[in-house]
Design a protein around this ligand. Sequence first.
Ligand code: SF4
Length: 324
Amino acid sequence: MNKKDMLDGLSGPDYATYAPCRLCPRDCGVNRLAGEIGACGETAVCAIASAEPHFGEEPGLSGTGGSGTIFFRGCSCGCFFCQNYQISREGVGTPVSPETLYQLAQGLIARGVHNLNFVTGDHFWPHLAALARRLREEDQAIPLLLNTSGYVRPERVSDYARWMDIFLPDYKYADADLAFVCMGDRRYPETAMAALREMVSHKGFLFPFAVNDRMPTAREGVLVRHLILPGHIENSLAALRRLRDEFGPRLPISVMSQYRPVPACRSRGEFARRISREEYDRVRTEVEKLEFEHVYLQEFEPDDAFFPDFERKAPFEGNRRQDA
Ligand code: SF4
């Protein structure tokens, strides 16, 4: 099917919000149904780069059967150091129709995943909502998870919450100047925080956080991620303090040390290296000082097998190991 046919197939109210598109804070107003491209890099033709059981998420999401990840092409946040830069910024991915997306979701469910994990799919929300509606109409109860940069319009969260069970947002920047340097919008700290408040008000905190034999993976709620950036530890400390002030010590958080410099980081000063042991220790000490009760903290040197190469059919070596 060519691109025009795929766009023509997106009729009806489910897809009307693509034209004009104001799905995210970029507020482009372009007509994606007519093939126009927004700041996310995408028309209304949904494109994905991978759909497979993923074992590199937090234990409460991956469990033993894996998290059913579908990685979407494009991104409205667009950080230059993006660890998934091949799909978020370089256009690696394959167009899929709503029917193909549905079949991929069903294929993951058949493989025994614990949830469907839509990775950076916000800019394809109309497709996700249509998929979720269809699954629920068929009484499919698997938890649906919106895995997002946090760069979300707060007023859209109630719509997301109608269909999604788990929110997995980043809180990347507490420093507005750093946000501007990395993704071009000083509003990120406040916009993302307002969206987080909405997510928590709709779904509460991730439950269960401490999974067990009876409930081996999470069913509902919010888990906030933060990636430590080299040379910008004050941003991490401020983000953690802000989260603690807003939501208290019971907010589930996941602090990630997995940053790896990608090609766009070569001429970007400290972004061209990994985080140091000293930086990692400072963040870990702050997490302890703030007395967060539900914390996933990656080891200082996490497994590189979960650093993806989306040019490969199976992008994560770590997932191939699990399948073997
Ligand atoms: S989703 Fe894409 S086109 Fe729509 S407002 Fe955001 S960046 Fe613009």
